[in-house]
Design a protein around this ligand. Structure first.
Ligand code: SF4
Length: 546
């Protein structure tokens, strides 16, 4: 029996629309790019499953595959290495947990500040374990930044974050004033104690290296401990998005099996529906089974994140109206102004949209200042979820338990996007940051308002769908323009998605979340690298700073 005929035995409802191998034609027509052809076939298969049509019927309606161009006009995106866990992970059940996902750390970018700080802190800990006689010969610590980390790292303060990790600071507890101090006095030298040896480090030890090359991931960096020209310890690391890190030879930590294993939203929703419960409760059961923590411990962590989100909005709103954000754009803070003026609007709906925008801008401006933010899923998108959390909890006075549940449902959305697509703008542009954040916020909102699981899915789908294709082009490499206002749009779109999903007939929603995640992954792959956090195009080129 051929592989094709085996697949024909699988019933439509058993097919996983996110499995690109499902119903794949055996032959790739001559002259076509293999990856593009495979992806088109996967999309057609997914569409067929979801539409209840046959693959042949669906293919007839799909546009023909384009032949590979003789020469690409634009630079190709950095191909992701097949060894990376972020590439391999899509095959098994989702095993991400809330404490891995929601991370507190300094802005402005989880992949360019929190990730690099975690990386150098990890290296510092590894280096400290070397034998004393080796450490006695050490003379220098050196960090080299590559790819997007090098292209836009200066605007993100990547060198300061990397140095902070080397001197033993962790993202969740670092005082942002330490990072501000490095910006204001870049010549500072810090002693790093490794065993009996003390090595002086400064920003000069963090090198902005090649922006283009054959990297395993667009956010690649190396850290070395040297004895003169001899390398005592070297590690290649990858900041893979949302503050998650990997390194050469990385194997994911062993985890317990989830109580309700799922790979897709369809499977997750089926667990909820079969057990007559909510997506949030399924996620809670999985959190406890994977980590061994109690429900109270999971909720305690979620409460910490909720409180941090509320604090970041409050802090942003309290900043003076004439505050200027760091960097060459000289962008004036506007959260407080937008909030105050929105409160003067005549109609309640106008006040609501204005206030929600102001909350998102407030948290995002905190990110632009390099203050502590929460990855939900990233630093650049750090205004979206806090805006809804603040609005629901502090303004609507929603029940805290419902907000906790909303945070778990939102996490499920983020996990699935990470599992099958990406949370990294360097891999997928802004759709992977603000798009995912907005989708998460829509799921949060629907959950807080007791929506059934299908409505939670539809709201998340709708918010993600309407960010597809959004590029990342931060002006001057600073996470300010378009990022700060974009958080406001992400928050408002999340509300809009919930408003549509809760008012339509849920079963008539024609696009399911899994199909949209697949479109996110495909769009990420096809997007030109100039629009993936490199500041080589888009607004980064068209906006002239003077
Ligand atoms: S444009 Fe979007 S993805 Fe890029 S840095 Fe800004 S918020 Fe992040």
């Amino acid at each position: 029996m051929s592989a094709m005929s085996k697949r024909e035995d699988v019933k439509d409802e058993e097919r996983n629309p996110l499995d690109p191998s499902a119903e794949m034609p055996p032959e790739i027509p001559a002259g076509l790019d293999r990856r593009k052809f495979m992806m088109r076939s996967a999309v057609i298969s997914a569409a067929a499953v979801m539409n209840g049509c046959t693959r042949a019927e669906t293919e007839k309606k799909a546009p023909p595959p384009a032949a590979a161009p003789a020469s690409a006009a634009a630079a190709p995106a950095v191909p992701l290495d097949a060894d990376l866990n972020v590439v391999k992970k899509g095959s098994g059940p989702v095993l991400t947990t809330v404490d891995e996902f929601y991370k507190v750390g300094p802005g402005p970018s989880s992949s360019h500040t929190i990730g690099p700080m975690r990386i150098t802190y990890d290296f510092y800990q590894q280096a400290a374990k070397l034998p004393a006689d080796k450490l006695a010969t050490a003379t220098k610590l050196q960090v080299n930044l590559f790819g997007s980390l090098s292209a836009t790292g200066k605007g993100h303060g990547t060198e300061r974050a990397a140095l902070a990790g080397l001197v033993g600071k962790e993202p969740a507890t670092v005082d942002p004033k330490f990072l501000d101090g490095l910006r204001d006095k870049p010549d500072q030298v810090f002693p790093v104690k490794l065993g009996g040896k003390t090595i002086d480090v400064s920003l000069k030890d963090v090198i902005y290296d090649a922006t283009k090359g054959d990297f395993k991931h667009p956010n690649t960096m190396t850290v070395k401990l040297l004895a003169g020209n001899d390398v005592l310890l070297e590690q290649e690391y990858y900041s893979v998005g949302g503050g998650f890190i990997e390194w050469k030879g990385y194997t994911p930590p062993k985890k317990n099996a989830p109580k309700y294993p799922f790979r897709t939203m369809k499977e997750l929703r089926e667990h909820a529906d079969k057990n007559k419960t909510t997506i949030a409760k399924i996620m809670l059961a999985n959190e406890t089974s994977i980590t061994g923590r109690s429900e109270a411990e999971v909720y305690a962590f979620v409460d910490k994140i909720i409180n941090a989100m509320v604090a970041t909005v409050k802090s942003g709103l309290s900043m003076p109206e004439d505050d200027v954000l760091p960097g060459p754009i000289k962008l004036h803070s506007k959260a407080a102004t937008v909030y105050k003026r929105a409160m003067d609007d005549k109609y309640e709906a106008d006040r609501g949209i204005g206030a929600l925008s102001a909350f998102a801008i407030a948290a995002s401006e905190e990110n632009g200042r390099g203050h502590l933010v929460i990855t939900a899923p990233t630093g650049g998108s750090a205004g979206v979820m806090p805006a809804l959390v603040y609005g629901l909890l502090e303004v609507r006075k929603a029940d805290r338990q419902k907000v906790r549940d909303g945070m778990l449902a939102a996490a499920a959305v983020g996990y699935l996007c990470k599992h099958h697509a990406t949370l990294s703008a360097a891999e997928g542009g802004c759709q992977a940051e603000i798009g995912v954040a907005s989708s998460m916020a829509a799921a949060l909102t629907a959950t807080v308002f007791d929506a059934e699981s299908r409505v939670v899915e539809n709201a998340a789908e709708s918010a993600l769908e309407h960010h597809l294709g959004m590029t990342c082009d931060p002006v001057a490499g600073y996470v300010q323009v378009p990022c700060i206002e974009r958080c406001a749009f992400g928050a408002v779109k999340a509300w809009t998605a919930y408003a549509i999903a809760s008012n339509e007939i849920a079963s008539r929603h024609r696009v399911d979340f899994d199909a949209t995640v697949m479109a996110l992954a495909q769009t990420a792959r096809d997007m030109n690298s100039k629009y993936k956090e490199t500041s080589e195009a888009g607004l980064a080129q068209s906006v002239v700073l003077c």
